[in-house]
Design a protein around this ligand. Structure first.
Ligand code: NAP
Length: 238
């Protein structure tokens, strides 16, 4: 039985991952933070093999409950996808401590919280951990010191954990999207977005489904010798 747990699966890239894994025969639990309507729509669309759980990724104890709930309903987790993430962009000289902490807490600490709670079960069954980072963590982006730092942290975490648990049959990879059409990018003002998109060699943003297909491949046996890698998916940006 294939079971996936996806954080931040109510919208955007996370939703596409939930649907892609469900389509491939996984039972899927996903978390979200506040948007009940979006989460319910995913469950309605997919049916009973998909479960939504409202849980803030910043909460370590809650992550333990989510992992236990997923195992109780669907069985041992074979794929953990750490996807939930936020951005709060500001130049460093205007960055307040809350914007720094919120982004690092969600993107980096959230990845630790779920990996730490799921890992002992996964060591018994084997499986894959997929961490959604960003090209911003690979090359650094002006105005995103908090976001770039959090995503670079996820890259270091991925490489270290991959070495730690490869011998137990658990692979760990990171996916680094460039500009992908979701609510996160549509929040950027039109002029800035046009300027950013003009830098993409392939000339357009990617879709959430493009990212989801790569994540599914990395979770599958097709990728059984692939671990500790960072997979840029960015239309040639980096
Ligand atoms: P999105 O459309 O804004 O969706 C984010 C999802 O994460 C939502 O389901 C949201 O829940 C959930 N979430 C946010 N904070 C959370 C928290 N504290 N606890 C639990 N869930 C939380 O974002 P996206 O564009 O799909 O991004 C997904 C991931 O890809 C993020 O890690 C992001 O950094 C990364 N990424 C995105 C792009 C891009 O161009 N879009 C590029 C590179 C990397 P609610 O629905 O309840 O709000």
């Amino acid at each position: 039985m294939k079971v996936a747990l996806v954080t931040g699966g109510g919208r955007g890239i996370g939703r596409a991952i939930v649907e892609e894994f469900h389509g491939a025969g996984y039972k899927v639990a996903f978390t979200y933070s506040s948007n009940d309507d979006a989460a319910n729509a995913v469950v309605e669309h997919c049916g009973p093999d998909v479960m939504a759980i409202k849980a803030d990724v910043r909460d370590f104890a809650r992550a333990g409950q989510v992992v236990a709930e997923t195992i109780a309903k669907f069985g041992p987790i074979t794929a953990l996808i750490n996807n939930a993430g936020i951005k709060k962009d500001l130049p460093l000289m205007k960055m307040d401590a809350d914007s720094w902490r919120d982004v690092v807490d969600t993107n980096l600490n959230g990845t630790f919280n779920y990996s730490r709670n799921a890992v002992s079960g996964m060591l018994r069954t084997g499986g894959a951990i997929l961490n959604v980072t960003s090209v911003s963590g690979v090359i650094g982006m002006a105005g995103q010191t908090n976001y770039s730092a959090s995503k670079a942290g996820v890259i270091g975490f991925t490489k270290a954990l991959a070495k730690e648990i490869a011998r137990f049959g658990v692979r760990v990879n990171a996916i680094a999207p460039g500009f992908i059409d979701t609510d996160m990018t549509s929040a950027i003002d039109e002029a800035t977005r046009k300027k950013l998109y003009s830098q993409i060699p392939s000339g357009q943003p990617g879709s959430a489904a493009d990212v989801a297909k790569l994540v599914l491949y990395l979770a599958s046996d097709e990728a059984k010798y692939v671990t500790g890698q960072i997979w840029n998916i960015d239309g040639g940006l980096t």
